[in-house]
Design a binder for this molecule. Structure first.
Ligand code: HEM
Length: 574
């Protein structure tokens, strides 16, 4: 296992040069804000750090470090952000970075392509569950515990100086790790390299599963889409599970390797998550591919060979090929993300559907209510009609005389010849212009008045005078009565009852189209308002314009005879 610096144009790796001079620091994968700062500083395109990605101490300023009290060991401060990079040199890019190292490792059939600055080996498998939490992991607690065990071993203390070898459990190291570690030297790497940035992603797999926020329990099994997505999940998980299966027989392993060699695209890191998923559907493609066996422990990392004796580790060697594992994990994690989004979509569409159903039910309910209300209104209408008919019937029954008295045809009654001299007064009259009120004790005022003078064939006229306020139209003074003529004379009697509590009789003469009368007797209610009127005179005349004029004067207990009213009416009905 070799720890390399992930920085562009930096070839530092563990064991190279002065051991104590350079330390290596993990990317703060758990601190997204700080991780972004690191990534921004590193400036590597299309590259995602894993828990086995490191930056060497040369990219940090001196004040980024503190020293551990006990042994004065260098620790990276928890807020440190790298700032020293040699980007001016031709950037080799994510794939080109560390090409020298990669040239070595690319000799191996399963060597990782384009992934640098990381601890090569199966550790990447751990990174998949931590970098891209797999929701299905929630369904497989046992496996997660196992993974967590590995991670726990890996994580150690955040700011403890760890050797890369310590950072990965020995039982799970790949053959390449073994060789690389040998190459790097077995002496105390713990003293020379520091993974003190902390294993940000090495938390328990359970917490990774929690972070996904999704489990199969969230999706009822009824949906076909969910079943499909669930099967995708299962498939994705099974690819991971495959890596943890017991070792396959060597022949089988070789066959698998052959098949993968025939299908290079299955492990092509250029595939996107979806493509990766699509290409990984054949069972062999997601199955880890074994390294080419070799008996030589001194073989180059590119020619990684598992120790023959370490049969227990065989499957790890087989499954943890840096190439296949990383690609498989990338594909699987990408697939998981895709599946998660499908799940979310499926879930939200189901929610929308249920909301629509709920709204539909409400609308149907309201429609039902509306229908019953309409029926009630219709019933009420028919009830009202029936009640009206009944009322009419009752009225007819209770007023037999009225019906009998009213002539069936509304013909105007023939005027009694006695009242003929007053016929010019007949009709409905409206004030035009408004009447004018005056009196020494009063402020001048105006009023409107409607006058009805009619006959019913009797030798008298019926009259009503109804005054209104000119602005508010509120009723004011009202009086009604009769005008009689002494037969064969021009003597007229004017009998009136007023709303002010006065009843009076005025008498006078009609001459042509002018009637002049004066009070004969005035009576009032006991509580009539003072000052009491003592005398009243009136004059009616039809003027040359055909308008009716009335002038009223009065004397009260306090005022002598003075004009109180003058008004002109225009005729509105015959
Ligand atoms: C022949 C009929 C009427 C008689 C005998 C009569 C009599 C009187 C008397 C005695 C007063 C009290 C005066 C004072 O306080 O010194 C009065 C006041 C007044 N009258 Fe007449 N009036 C007559 C018709 C009318 C009519 C048609 C109007 C029209 C609206 C009118 C409007 C008023 C008003 C506004 C006052 C002052 C406020 C009040 O005392 O109610 N009167 N009237």
């Amino acid at each position: 296992m070799v720890i390399c610096c992930a920085a562009v144009n930096c070839s530092n790796r563990q064991g190279k040069g002065e051991k104590r001079a350079v330390s290596f620091h993990r990317f703060p994968l758990k601190d997204s804000k700080r991780l972004l700062q690191w990534l921004k500083a590193v400036q590597r395109d299309n590259w995602t750090p894993t828990k086995y990605s490191f930056l060497c101490s040369e990219h940090f300023t001196k004040d980024s470090f503190s020293k551990r009290l006990e042994d004065q060991h260098r620790l990276l401060k928890p807020t440190a952000v790298p700032s020293i990079f040699h980007l001016a040199e031709k950037k080799r890019g994510a794939r080109g970075h560390g090409s020298t190292r990669r040239k070595e490792s690319s000799k191996a059939p399963g060597a990782m392509r384009g992934r640098t600055g990381e601890v090569d080996g199966q550790g990447a498998a751990g990174s998949s569950s931590s970098l891209h939490p797999n929701p299905v992991a929630k369904l497989e607690p046992k496996k997660l515990k196992r993974a967590a065990g590995r991670d726990a071993t890996t994580s150690r203390s955040d700011h403890e100086t760890l050797s890369p070898a310590q950072a990965q459990p020995s039982s799970e190291r790949t053959s390449e790790d073994t060789v690389a570690t040998t190459e790097a030297g077995s002496q105390g790497e713990a003293e020379t390299s520091a993974a003190d940035a902390g294993d940000e992603n090495s938390g328990p797999a359970d917490s990774a599963a929690d972070r996904s926020g999704i489990s199969m329990d969230d999706f009822p099994p009824g949906s076909g889409a969910c079943r499909f997505i669930g099967s995708l999940h299962s498939y994705s998980f099974s690819s991971k599970h495959t890596r943890e299966r017991p070792p396959a027989p060597r022949e089988q392993v070789d066959r698998k390797r052959l098949k993968r060699d025939v299908e290079p695209s299955c492990s092509g890191s250029s595939l996107g998550p979806d493509k990766g998923l699509a290409h990984s559907l054949p069972s062999s493609s997601l199955t880890a591919t074994p390294q080419k066996p070799s008996q030589s422990s001194s073989a180059s990392p590119a020619d990684v060979t598992p120790q023959p004796a370490a049969e227990a580790v065989q499957s790890e060697h087989v499954d943890a090929s840096p190439m296949s594992i990383n690609e498989v994990i990338l594909s699987a994690s990408g697939a998981c993300r895709l599946i998660d989004s499908l799940h979310s979509y499926c879930f939200s569409s189901r929610q929308s559907k249920s909301q629509v159903c709920c709204l539909r039910e409400q609308v149907e309910k309201k429609n039902g209510e509306l229908k019953s209300l309409r029926q009630r209104v219709s019933r009420s209408d028919s009830q009202v009609r029936k009640l009206r008919e009944k009322l009419d019937e009752l009225q007819r029954a209770s007023s037999p005389y009225l019906n009998g008295l009213l002539p069936p045809i509304c013909e105007p009654p023939t005027m009694n010849p006695v009242v003929e001299p007053l016929s010019w007064m007949l009709g409905t009259w409206l004030s035009d212009p408004p009447g004018a009120g005056t009196f020494p004790t009063l402020q001048p005022f105006q009023y409107l008045e409607e006058v009805h003078i009619s006959h019913v064939g009797q030798p008298m006229l019926n009259f009503s005078f109804n005054a209104f306020h000119p602005d508010t139209r509120k009723p004011m003074h009202r009086e009604c009565g009769f005008i009689r003529l002494q037969p064969d004379t021009n003597k007229v009697a004017f009998v009136s009852a007023q709303n002010t509590g006065i009843v009076e009789v005025e008498e006078g003469e009609v001459n042509g189209q002018e009637l002049s009368i004066a009070s004969h007797s005035i009576a009032r209610i006991s509580f009539a308002k003072e000052p009491h009127v003592e005398q009243i005179t009136r004059k009616f005349r039809l003027n040359s314009e055909g308008k009716l004029e009335q002038t009223v004067s009065m004397a009260t207990t306090t005022q002598p005879m003075t004009q109180h009213l003058h008004i002109t009416y225009r005729k509105v009905t015959p």
